[in-house]
Design a protein around this ligand. Structure first.
Ligand SMILES: *Cc1c(COP(=O)(O)O)cnc(C)c1O
Length: 255
């Protein structure tokens, strides 16, 4: 079987397909931003389940930021695409034992949702910074961390299985993150709950963002908005959209 991850000569039909889809998504973002009277947020293209050859095509179309949700897959793609200047955003649920691997390639983690993960990421970043300086390599910047919250209305006590801290823990997590060497608190992140009104959910996220900014005024980023709810996210004031399927097409079935 051909290795789909080594795409030196990208398939021209796929390149046209991605170009068309990306153009349509960018048009949606521009009109949503114009309607809201805001600047267009940053676009992170979520490339999970798609091959590195697609990421290469997207880089050629001007994409600089890509999102991945599984460490093994992300690490392999980042290694394949080392020749490109890309910022890798880790957006999936993260086990503490994966922190060491993630900080080798990721500029930011959008799924920081508990204290032990903050500790593990801080330690991993500092070790990676030492390793690189010891090896005479380019320095690793501090890791940008987005605190992920669950917006499920009924998750007052038990966070949902999809990850995310309880909104009530926002200040404690923000304080822990700002005081951890190696980490830079970027802001907040959430996925709109299934079946809920995304506008209302993102409104809640913006209120959590205000609490986080009270701890650290520089932590103003808001990572919200996916293919199905980007307009609502832009209207609410997102700064980072995470768009997958509307750029790449339907995701292949998980094997
Ligand atoms: C997959 C994923 C996205 C992208 O979702 P689409 O609906 O394909 O745009 C965004 N955020 C997270 C956390 C994801 O896991």
């Amino acid at each position: 079987m051909a290795d789909v991850r080594t795409g030196d000569t990208p398939d021209p039909a796929r390149a046209r397909d991605l170009e068309d889809r990306l153009r349509a998504v960018r048009a949606r973002i521009s009109s949503a931003a114009a309607a809201a009277g805001r600047d267009a947020p940053e676009l992170i293209v979520v490339t999970k389940y798609f091959p590195a050859s697609d990421v290469r095509i997207l880089a050629g179309l001007g994409i600089t930021d890509v999102g991945e949700n599984r460490d093994q897959e992300a690490a392999a793609k980042a290694a394949d695409l080392q020749d490109l200047t890309l910022a890798w955003h880790f957006i999936g649920q993260l086990q503490t034992n994966k922190a060491k691997s993630v900080v080798r390639y990721a500029d930011s983690v959008h799924s920081v949702d508990r204290l032990p993960l903050i500790t593990a990421l801080g330690r991993a970043v500092r070790a990676e910074q030492d390793r690189r300086s010891g090896a005479g390599m380019e320095a690793r910047e501090d890791l940008r961390c987005f605190l992920q919250f669950t917006l499920d209305a009924d998750a007052a006590e038990t966070p949902s299985g999809r990850g995310g801290a309880l909104p009530a823990d926002a200040v404690a997590l923000a304080e822990a993150c700002t005081s951890t060497e190696g980490l830079q608190l970027a802001g907040v992140m959430a996925v709109a709950p299934l079946g809920a009104d995304p506008a209302e959910a993102f409104g809640r996220l913006l209120r959590i963002s205000a609490e986080v900014r009270a701890v650290d005024p520089a932590a103003a980023a808001v990572s919200a908005g996916m293919s199905g709810d980007l307009e609502e996210a832009v209207a609410a004031g997102t700064t980072h959209l995470r768009i997958g399927s509307d750029v790449l097409g339907p995701r292949p079935a998980v094997g």
